[in-house]
Write a protein that binds this ligand. Structure first.
Ligand code: GUE
Length: 278
């Protein structure tokens, strides 16, 4: 029987624990979410982040800027949030409108308040295996594997995708957990064949249902990071769930898999940034 890896359930239980630890603290923890423009997907994700803050007892600020703002005034906004003692975490929702240099904006965030774990300082610390704010989706994937009893040590791990926010860092965390890691991308030859080696397959490609029965080994653990809204308004992932479900040993659903864990890890990073008391 294929095991369904329930991200929603794990996220809820982690958030219940965080709620307790927040309740024991004297100081209010505050997350500032900066949105630029009106991308509808961003609006949905940001709403989910605010709801999560409410559940955990974190105060959330929504700083909504016009889509045609200059990068100078966005940087000013970030600098102001850096200097505010009542703000513990800063998240600038991506993607930013074209014309704004995302890297420059991320580098402007105080690394101690970088609850996305995207600042080069935090990425560098992660690479070195140091204690730091970890990127939320990769950290959520590792937490899902561990809590579902999936041992990473010595396993063949194949990551499809090499983005800075998921592919690269999740490969790094799997390596630190002693996996044998292969990173695939759009130039990889014989992608299906490489994927079939995987004991643990992480799909973070951004192509709806790319990963089908040809890409999985019987019994493999499949983590689907993709999230695509289809024409009929349903959500699907990078994995063709129905095609692989009777072959694999365990799989995350979309929705209800990696997405809720990303948000739970964001809450954990906020609590952590708050404790460190900038
Ligand atoms: N600075 C920044 N940080 C991010 O963490 C960030 C970002 N920018 N830009 C966009 C991506 C995407 N992302 C998601 C978070 C939660 C769900 C999520 O909760 N998904 C639900 C379904 C949500 C729905 O119904 O649409 C699920 O999979 O069950 C999805 C996607 C965070 N991102």
């Amino acid at each position: 029987m294929t095991q369904l890896i329930d991200g929603k359930a794990l996220a809820s239980s982690l958030m219940a624990k965080l709620k307790n630890s927040v309740a024991q603290q004297q100081r209010q923890i505050t997350l500032a979410v900066v949105q630029v423009g009106d991308d509808p997907a961003s609006t949905v994700y940001i709403r989910n982040k605010h709801k999560a803050c409410e559940k955990v007892g974190i105060r959330s600020l929504h700083i909504h800027l016009e889509g045609d703002i200059t990068s100078g005034s966005l940087l000013d906004t970030v600098h102001t949030l850096n200097s505010r003692e009542d703000v513990d975490g800063i998240l600038v929702q991506l993607p930013l409108p074209s014309g704004i240099d995302e890297g420059e904006v991320i580098r402007a965030i105080d690394p101690a308040k970088d609850v996305d774990g995207f600042h080069p300082i935090n990425i560098g610390r992660m690479m070195l295996g140091e204690d730091c704010l970890l990127p939320c989706t990769p950290a959520g994937i590792i937490a899902l594997l561990k809590s579902n009893g999936v041992d990473i040590n010595g396993k063949e791990c194949v990551v499809v995708g090499r983005s800075n926010i998921v592919g690269k860092p999740v490969a790094q965390l799997l390596l630190q957990a002693h996996g044998t890691v292969t990173q695939c991308h759009s130039r990889t030859r014989n992608l299906a064949e490489v994927c079939r080696r995987a004991d643990i397959l992480v799909a973070a490609v951004g192509v709806p249902r790319l990963i089908n029965a040809d890409f999985v080994k019987p019994g493999a653990v499949v983590i689907d990071v993709g999230i695509h809204r289809m024409a009929d308004n349903t959500l699907c992932g990078d994995v063709d769930f129905d095609s692989v479900k009777d072959i694999v040993g365990a799989i995350t659903p979309v929705p209800g898999g990696v997405g809720p864990m990303t948000i739970a890890m964001l809450m954990q990073n906020c609590v952590r940034a708050g404790h460190c008391g900038n």
